[in-house]
Design a binder for this molecule. Structure first.
Ligand code: ITT
Length: 195
């Protein structure tokens, strides 16, 4: 059975492939043209299910399993922002860099140099007969500097709990061990094996 990823985010594709080596993973853009999915859910779980259902429907193939990831960063000093709006924090069509610098500026405006924060990942799995969702979290702090170029998105400003370097500086193996995405995927793999 094909496991199709309902994401257009290359950073996610890279990480999910590295975390699920036992599965044949195909980004949906290799099967059909990418299309816009309106993520209008109230939380990560709803948005992950919206993406997985939309791609399942568009593929028009009852034999596929579709997996979607909806994720983001929540910063305590900003009352949990940007949260589910992480991908469009600096506006529609914003790049990862635009979003990162907007978040740095927003924290600086609070006259602090850092804040506790966490990443959330919701993973949804949709098949012909079933729909599942699981979550993972990674806690740490965000700083008002971008350090390193590993990972993607907000990683250059995020220091995981217990570390003194950002995810932009730490190696891929460390993020693989700690990340919100790997924790959610460990749960998702139990569902995939059952399917
Ligand atoms: P898809 O909807 O196509 O999957 P997207 O980038 O729009 O791609 P989301 O709506 O889930 O995905 O937004 C997630 C954003 O949160 C992402 O663009 C990053 O800015 C941020 N993010 C999520 N996980 C991250 C991680 O592991 N490291 C850094 N930033 C992350």
């Amino acid at each position: 059975m094909k496991l199709v990823l309902a994401t257009s985010n290359k950073g996610k594709v890279r990480e999910i492939k590295a975390l699920c080596e036992d599965f044949e993973i195909i980004p949906y853009s290799e099967l059909i043209d990418e299309f816009e999915i309106v993520e209008d859910g109230d939380d990560f779980k709803e948005n992950a299910l919206i993406k997985a259902r939309a791609v399942f429907k568009a593929l028009n193939d009852e034999n596929v399993i579709v997996l979607a990831d909806d994720s983001g960063i929540s910063v305590d000093i900003l009352d949990g922002k940007p949260g589910i709006y992480s991908a469009r924090y600096a506006g529609a069509g914003a790049t990862d860099k635009d979003n990162l610098h907007k978040l740095i500026d927003a924290i600086k405006e609070k006259n602090v140099k850092s804040s506790s924060a966490h990443y959330t990942a919701a993973i949804a799995i949709v098949t012909k007969e079933s729909q599942y969702s699981v979550h993972g979290w990674m806690h740490g702090e965000v700083i008002t500097k971008a350090l390193g170029d590993k990972g993607f998105g907000y990683d250059p400003m995020f220091i995981p709990l217990g570390y003194d370097k950002t995810l932009g500086q730490l190696d891929d193996e460390t993020k693989k061990r700690l990340s919100h995405r790997s924790k959610a995927l460990n749960l998702a793999k139990i569902i995939l094996q059952t399917l």
